[in-house]
Ligand binder design. Structure first.
Ligand code: GDP
Length: 297
């Protein structure tokens, strides 16, 4: 058998390392392999681009053995992600620099904002949080806990407050106190998805009364275990509010984030950070080479 396609419950535990065609490297094997890449959430476009490159190598005789195939696979996956390996820079001439986080409930948005705050503070920047997720029960308290833990001031008006007003106030406070970075959390779900997008657009409009270029980073947080849904979410939010970056969470889990290739291919957005746990230090800057090495095992 050339390649194992795991259609069972354990699909999420796939490991691309085991998906390499084991025997003869020929057209059939490549086709099986392309299916596997698609099932690993790379999406059709990214999978066929990778396989086209491998096919070129096989036809020209550069790829004959599995180890050569593996190396070529590594290189083409890195090539796919490299244009998206753009770290978040906080330019000195924008104060406060505003990071607004968006994403559906449960992806790790609030946690990621806490971690990013901690990281920026460690770099010597002053940070403030805006508790803009006034919809999810417990979200404000959760950000307050982070604020306390990492010793960062927070502006909020409690649950059910108008998020645009919370973030407008927070911006004023950040400006008055000369804060370097304002990190605004937002809701992940309202009664309807359309309502959520309208609310996010309103937050943007209100913020732009202070600074027409704010938010300077509109970051979507997606969960690596969400597979194809991660791409769907990114497309939807991008269309509604215009994203400038992505953070991928829960890479410490079993899924390995194949969807990021599909996202990189379709949206060509910078991938900023990866979340690898629940603690402040469990945040890494996205690095295409490291990511692919971890993926291939
Ligand atoms: P939000 O609804 O998007 O704001 O999500 P939360 O920040 O509340 O996170 C949802 C759950 O995911 C919480 O239990 C977090 O501790 C957990 N979480 C967030 N990021 C990560 C991560 O990178 N790895 C793991 N294992 N868990 C995470």
């Amino acid at each position: 058998m050339r390649a194992q396609i795991n259609r069972g419950d354990s699909w999420l535990t796939y490991d691309l390392a085991n998906l390499l065609p084991g025997e003869k490297i020929d057209e059939d094997a490549l086709e099986d392999f392309e299916d596997l890449l698609i099932q690993a959430d790379l999406g059709i476009e990214a999978a066929s681009e990778v396989c086209e490159k491998l096919r070129g190598g096989i036809n020209s005789g550069r790829i004959k053995r599995p180890d050569q195939l593996r190396k070529a696979l590594h290189a083409s996956l890195v090539e796919l992600l490299s244009p998206s390996s753009i770290p978040l820079e906080i330019p000195e001439f924008i104060r406060p620099f505003v990071i607004m986080a968006v994403g559906v409930n449960g992806v790790g948005k609030t946690t990621t904002m806490g971690k990013i705050g901690a990281r920026l503070k460690q770099q010597g920047l002053s940070v403030m949080f805006a508790a803009g997720d006034t919809y999810r029960a417990g979200a404000v308290a959760q950000l307050e806990t982070w604020a306390e833990k990492v010793d960062i001031p927070i502006v909020g008006q409690g649950q059910n407050a108008d998020p645009a007003s919370v973030i407008f106030d927070a911006y004023s406070a950040a400006k008055a106190r000369n804060v370097d970075v304002l990190i605004a959390d937002t809701a992940g779900r309202l009664h309807t998805q359309g309502g959520l997008m309208e609310e996010l657009r309103k937050i943007k409009r209100v913020m732009q009364k202070h600074d027409q270029f704010a938010p300077h980073e509109l970051m979507i947080v997606v969960d690596a275990t969400a597979g194809h849904n991660a791409l769907k979410q990114a497309l939807e939010f991008h269309e509604a509010v215009g994203l400038t970056g992505i953070t991928l969470t829960k890479l410490d889990g079993t899924a390995k984030g194949g969807a990021i290739f599909a996202i990189a291919k379709r949206l060509a957005l910078p991938i900023r950070f990866v979340g690898v746990g629940e603690q402040a230090e469990d945040l890494g800057v996205f690095d295409a080479n490291e990511f692919v090495s971890a993926l291939l095992g």
